[in-house]
Ligand binder design. Structure first.
Ligand SMILES: [Zn+2]
Length: 353
């Protein structure tokens, strides 16, 4: 194992960011190469905890010669975001300088243009340098896991249709309760990786990418950072690496993925009709029927007409819920995975990862 640091010059004098990268060299050149990163949204730590336990396993495997394909792990992918503590709260999702989401605005290039990502880096801001370095590492692999989490959430993932159903092995290994099948039309990290692969051959865009995977994994909620879940999740990634021939060892029987796999069009984003305190009646993991009461918004507390009911538009599984108990008008309350497409309009690409 080799630990290196990518050094990114800050945008102001006296500042530089250091990004530790763990690399394991595989013994089998034809085995898939893997890239795992966590906490690109710097306040989403379940993946960092997973990486800690996974790196322990990989170090042991390395000592036994059981690593077949090259593996790169970046347990804390966003030192810039990690430092953004404002008024006592970590602001890890948006770059405060440019107001951009750390998981958007990745360059949409073809695989052949990979080397250009790290050329003339002086032309870019620290955040863009970071993004270019991360994407450059990912494009050196065939299996890419970008580890995130939701606010309050079940274990789920955004997986591009080009990787499905092959990627059901990852969903099974990580015991996911749902998979959101995305259409690859945003500039999120995972989708920028998919974009480069799909456009590898400029004359013919690929629609299916066998043997490859780029995925945004949502490891439950921001507060779900515990030794037991992190170690279980690291075991899950290990099982996935075994299944894909990246590492060698005894496989355990992983039950097949039995969660819901639904296109993004079938996700009902439940929004608050008015501002006010949120009283949730239903929790993540619950199946609901059309018309079920999900939440009451206390728009005008103390008046009977000021308690506004929010009901399920159709049957489905509650996958996520916000952790705040104050809603602004039209703010998100829940994501529900449903059998039928939602009638609400949605922007292309990953919902919120
Ligand atoms: Zn995220």
């Amino acid at each position: 194992m080799e630990i290196t640091e990518i050094i990114i010059a800050g945008d102001t004098p006296g500042v530089e960011w250091r990004l530790p990268v763990f690399r394991f060299k595989g013994t089998k050149p034809e085995a898939p190469r893997t890239y795992v990163q966590a906490a690109l949204h710097a306040n989403e730590l379940p993946g960092t905890a997973l990486s800690h336990f996974l790196l322990g396993k990989l170090r042991r495997a390395d000592a036994e010669g059981a690593i077949l394909g090259d593996i790169t792990v970046v347990p804390q992918a966003n030192p810039i975001g990690s430092a953004q503590s404002h008024f006592g709260e970590l602001q890890g999702r948006f770059d405060l300088g440019s107001r951009t989401n750390f998981n958007r605005d990745f360059p949409l290039i073809s695989l052949g243009e990979r080397d250009g990502l790290v050329e003339d880096l002086d032309r870019y801001s620290a955040t863009d340098r970071l993004k270019r370095q991360l994407l450059h590492m990912a494009l050196g692999a065939e299996l890419v896991l970008d580890l995130h989490c939701d606010d309050e959430g079940l274990q789920y993932a955004y997986i591009n249709e080009a990787f499905w159903p092959e990627a059901a092995d990852l969903a099974a290994a990580l015991d996911m309760k749902a998979v959101f099948l995305s259409d690859g039309e945003s500039s999120a990290f995972e989708e920028a990786v998919g974009h480069a692969w799909k456009n590898e051959d400029k004359s013919r865009k690929k629609t299916s990418l066998p043997g490859r995977l780029s995925v945004t994994v949502e490891l439950r909620g921001t507060r779900d950072v515990y030794p037991a879940t992190a170690s279980k999740d690291a075991d899950g990634v290990w099982q996935f690496l075994l299944a894909r021939g990246v590492v060698f060892g005894a496989r355990t029987d992983v039950p097949a993925f039995s969660g819901k796999a639904v296109p993004l069009d079938n996700i009902e984003m439940i929004r608050a009709p008015a501002a006010g305190a949120i009283l949730f009646h239903r929790d993540i993991g619950e199946s609901v029927h059309a018309g079920d009461l999900l939440a009451t918004i206390l728009a005008k507390p103390g008046t009977p007409e000021g308690a506004i009911e929010v009901r399920a538009p159709q049957d489905g599984l509650i996958v996520t819920r916000v952790s705040t108990r104050f809603a602004r008008r039209r703010s998100d309350l829940m994501k529900i995975a449903c059998e039928e497409p939602s009638r609400a309009v949605r922007k292309p690409g990953t919902l919120e990862a």
